[in-house]
Design a protein around this ligand. Structure first.
Ligand SMILES: [Zn+2]
Ligand SMILES: [Zn+2]
Length: 391
């Protein structure tokens, strides 16, 4: 394993200038979800250049891609997932530029060291993590169902962080409709839609006391009326409801919807409820797979590995319900970084960022080789996955 690590390290250093160039190109050309044409092109073309069979418009998503290398026999299928969408205004404040490059780097290095190893490497380009979450669509299409393991490593600050959990999430929009009237002259002739929204907020605030600590319910009033002297006939609230598991999310969403129904009844308004963004499942980390990844970080001399987070939501969650998955983090710097900030984006192109990137790339490649070469490991990973499913 030490020898393989050295070989991967030399290969990474050999390709580093090219990886840097791609990272900086995506950094300088930030594209928001489903518009990542430049990033998709450069990442998939680089895989093609190094011998991967590539498909763009994968899963009928214009900026998704698949890079595949198969040793030609029936072996484990290992997927490395790439993200490369940016945020409006602040560009790569979530670091998906270096995320994408790390994923293709892992594929390229793995292919070079595979030799007689039997198995498939799939590098899957998954757009719009920040918004529509293409992995959710891909999961629904069954793309991850015959994959043996999936890995994706996200940048962060301070230190490596082991794969944690994330919250299952539903984005719900409540539209209350009433009737306008002069707010001073004839308020009794109006039906106040804003009162529906305010009652909804108050009911949810009461509900909050009876929810599990690990859940979150947070919302805004996206339309609260036109003028203070008109009884609003339309008011809209957008909420995110998050929970640790899909089953608790379902229960909580039902209660939140009941708050809205109660608010409509109390105010005499009519109510429409719809999902305004893609819902995400919670991330279930495969512990065995996570242990192997951690062992391979330590093999490189990494000593500081923190715990992964549990709040927030990601479409990697949906992948983790289809196949054994890990989603750890690698450090861009030893300093603390605030996610979704300009400072975070800047950190992705500093020399220090490539230290963490190299460690993550090698740890993913070594983990893949461990699984290609040891059937018992994969069996253990799969047993855990099945047991988790039955919970
Ligand atoms: Zn983000
Ligand atoms: Zn992100």
């Amino acid at each position: 394993m030490k020898q393989l690590k050295e070989q991967l390290s030399t290969l990474f250093d050999k390709y580093l200038d090219e990886f840097k160039e791609i990272n900086e190109y995506i950094y300088n050309n930030p594209e928001i979800g489903r518009q990542e044409f430049k990033a998709c092109e450069i990442l998939s073309n680089t895989l093609k250049k190094y011998g991967f069979e590539t498909t763009v418009n994968y899963a009928n998503i214009p900026t998704a891609f698949l890079g595949k290398f198969s040793s030609g026999k029936n072996g484990p299928k290992i997927a490395i997932l790439a993200e490369y969408d940016a945020l409006p205004e602040i560009g790569h404040g979530c670091g998906h530029n270096i995320f994408g490059v790390t994923s293709i780097a892992t594929g390229i290095l793995l292919k070079e060291v595979m030799q007689d190893t039997i198995g498939d490497i799939l590098v899957i380009g998954t757009p719009a993590e920040e918004t529509f979450g293409a992995k959710v669509e891909m999961a629904e299409l069954g793309i991850f169902d015959d994959i043996d393991i999936a890995m994706a490593v996200h940048p962060t600050g301070e230190s490596h962080k082991r794969s944690g959990s994330s919250q299952a999430m539903e984005a719900i929009q409540f539209t209350f409709k009433g009737k306008t009237a002069h707010a001073a002259a004839s308020p009794h002739e109006g039906i106040n839609a804003l009162d529906g929204v305010i009652t909804l907020f108050n009911s949810i605030n009461a509900l909050r006391q009876q929810t599990l600590e690990t859940s979150r319910i947070h919302g805004i009033i996206s339309n609260g009326g036109e003028a203070a002297n008109i009884i609003p006939d339309l008011a809209v609230a957008n909420f995110y409801v998050r929970a640790k598991t899909l089953s608790y999310l379902k229960e909580l969403v039902e209660k939140v919807k009941n708050c809205a129904k109660g608010a409509a009844l109390a105010t005499g308004t009519t109510l429409e409820i719809e999902n305004y963004e893609t819902s995400f499942a919670n991330l279930v980390t495969n512990k065995k797979l996570s242990e192997i990844y951690e062992k391979n970080l330590k093999l490189q001399g990494v000593t500081e590995i923190g715990d992964g987070g549990s709040s927030g939501s990601t479409d990697m969650g949906d992948v983790s319900h289809c196949c054994p998955t890990i989603h750890p983090h690698f450090p861009l710097t030893k300093a603390h970084l605030i996610g979704h900030s300009v400072e975070f984006a800047n950190a992705t192109i500093q020399p220090e960022a490539y230290i963490g990137m190299k460690e993550a790339t090698l740890a993913m490649a070594l983990t893949a080789m461990d699984i290609f070469n040891n059937k018992d490991l994969l069996a253990e990973i799969k047993t855990e996955f099945i047991n988790n499913k039955n919970l």
